[in-house]
Design a protein around this ligand. Structure first.
Ligand code: GDP
Length: 445
């Protein structure tokens, strides 16, 4: 039998801390330490008392009887006051009963998976939900936790299984009695492949949800890069200075903008220089410009453009660059044409000092990074890989069928099923396949 485990499920230092215990000994432990009532799904109120009967804390405890709990095992959740001293003493007492050991990371959710409470994709969604910082990340994880992805994958799996059963029956048939329409099978595979491609595509778009929208802030020295970054993140993170060329390395910060996680990368000012260290910073800035999802090209609106500004404008990638005309609180020397574009680039006018234009800038960053609604079905890298594996197996299966080698197709279709099954971890593809193949055989064979 699995051992009983316990762990603190909340950070320490809040008003309340929740200690979770899962396993067959959850109830005996509660009986030993907790003075209140223990009843399925009811909160009991009482005290945690040590061996001498001394009160450690007053608390509530909820008991969940297997299988009606998160893990599917007997579980207890004890809510005590959230101080280090209370939590440490409670953990000590649970350990001293000898009835449980500390849980490993993710062990409660792993047990939930092993006990069939949720599939792999749903367990991963729990982790994503805990880690989500921005609204759209949370929404994507919550949808996955509801089993939306699992349902989509399940239906694709069934469709591949259907084609496989027919193809396998045809391959195994030595009596020529089976009617097998190759074109129909190929069409069905192509259609499943199309659905998988769309899932992969939505997953690739969702990269910005996982890793954040990489937004590089570039421009010549003193245009106001550090000041803008500080204004956007509202914290004094980057060092603001009046000496040109002092932001020598890149500084990264992530914030939530319009529900999207955005990582700002403040780069070294770009200009001609003989200083080796500064040049390294500039090279890095150019690389960041290349890798970024969105580039904010800053141009000082209070002075005429310098040759380095001109070079940056000329070499800008218009698809992902937004010209940001800075220092709008000062008398304007440059102005975005009609307020929305500057030298062929979309543009906004901002002042880090007064905050003018910052709301507009945030909106523009979000819409450049995620045009339209971003409601991806797939967000997890492991799932994207598995889908790619399934897709290429389906391609090979099509080739096999067209080339008149249906036995290759059988092998590849099976690979595709394994790839899909690995996302949810529910079906044992190999065993499931055997059942399907045999059930599609005619009676008496
Ligand atoms: P960086 O070298 O591009 O990072 O530029 P900094 O952010 O260090 O700013 C350079 C100088 O411009 C500093 O003296 C800032 O105080 C000033 N500055 C930056 N943003 C603004 C702004 O919006 N308005 C005004 N008036 N001055 C600004």
């Amino acid at each position: 039998m699995e051992s009983t485990v316990f762990a603190l499920s909340t950070p320490v230092g809040g008003a309340i801390a929740i200690m979770r215990i899962s396993g067959a000994n959850a109830r005996p432990i509660l009986e030993k330490l907790f003075t209140g009532r223990i009843e399925h799904r009811r909160a009991g109120f009482g005290r945690i008392a040590d061996g001498e009967g001394e009160t450690v804390d007053t608390c509530t405890a909820v008991f969940f009887e297997a299988p009606h709990s998160y893990t599917g095992e007997d579980m207890a959740e004890i809510s005590v006051h959230g101080s280090y001293a209370v939590v440490r003493r409670l953990a000590e007492l649970i350990g001293q009963t000898g009835l449980a050991r500390p849980a490993e990371p993710g062990e409660f959710t792993k047990r939930a998976y092993l006990n069939g409470k949720m599939d792999l994709a749903e367990s991963e969604a729990v982790m994503d939900l805990i880690a989500s910082t921005a609204e759209r990340q949370r929404r994507a994880a919550a949808r996955q936790l509801e089993g939306r992805l699992s349902a989509v994958i399940g239906s694709l799996y069934e469709r591949v299984k259907g084609v496989l059963a027919e193809t396998a029956a045809f391959v195994d048939d030595d009596t020529d009695e089976i009617d097998f329409d190759v074109n129909e099978a190929i069409n069905e595979i192509i259609s499943v492949k199309g659905d998988i491609s769309s899932l992969i595509e939505s997953g690739l778009k969702a990269r910005v949800l996982r890793e954040g929208v990489r937004t590089a802030i570039i421009g010549s020295p003193n245009v106001g890069k550090s000041s803008l970054l500080n204004a956007l993140i509202k914290r004094e993170r980057a060092i603001v200075t009046e000496i040109p060329g002092t932001t020598r390395d890149t500084v990264e910060e992530a914030v939530s903008i319009e529900g999207l996680p955005v990582v700002f990368i403040d780069t070294a000012g770009i200009r001609e220089t003989d200083d080796a260290v500064e040049r390294m910073g500039i090279e890095r800035a150019l690389k960041e410009r290349h890798d970024a999802d969105v580039v904010l090209l800053l141009i000082d609106g209070s002075r005429a453009t310098l040759p380095e500004d001109e070079e940056l404008i000329a070499s800008a990638d218009a698809r992902k660059t937004l010209a940001v005309i800075t220092k709008s609180d000062l008398p304007a020397v440059l102005a975005p044409d009609a307020g929305v574009s500057f030298r062929g680039l979309p543009a906004v006018k901002v002042s880090a000092l007064t905050g003018e234009g910052l709301t507009e800038l945030r909106k523009r960053i979000a819409s450049m990074a995620a045009p339209g609604e971003l409601e991806p079905e797939v967000t997890n890298v492991r799932h994207i890989r598995a889908l790619e594996q399934a897709k290429s197996a389906l391609e090979a299966a099509c080739t096999g069928l067209s080339a008149g080698t249906p036995d290759t197709a059988v092998f590849e279709l099976r690979e595709a099923m394994t790839g899909l099954a690995s996302i949810t971890g529910r079906e044992d593809a190999a065993e499931d396949l055997v059942n399907t193949i045999f059930s599609s055989f005619c009676i008496g064979k």
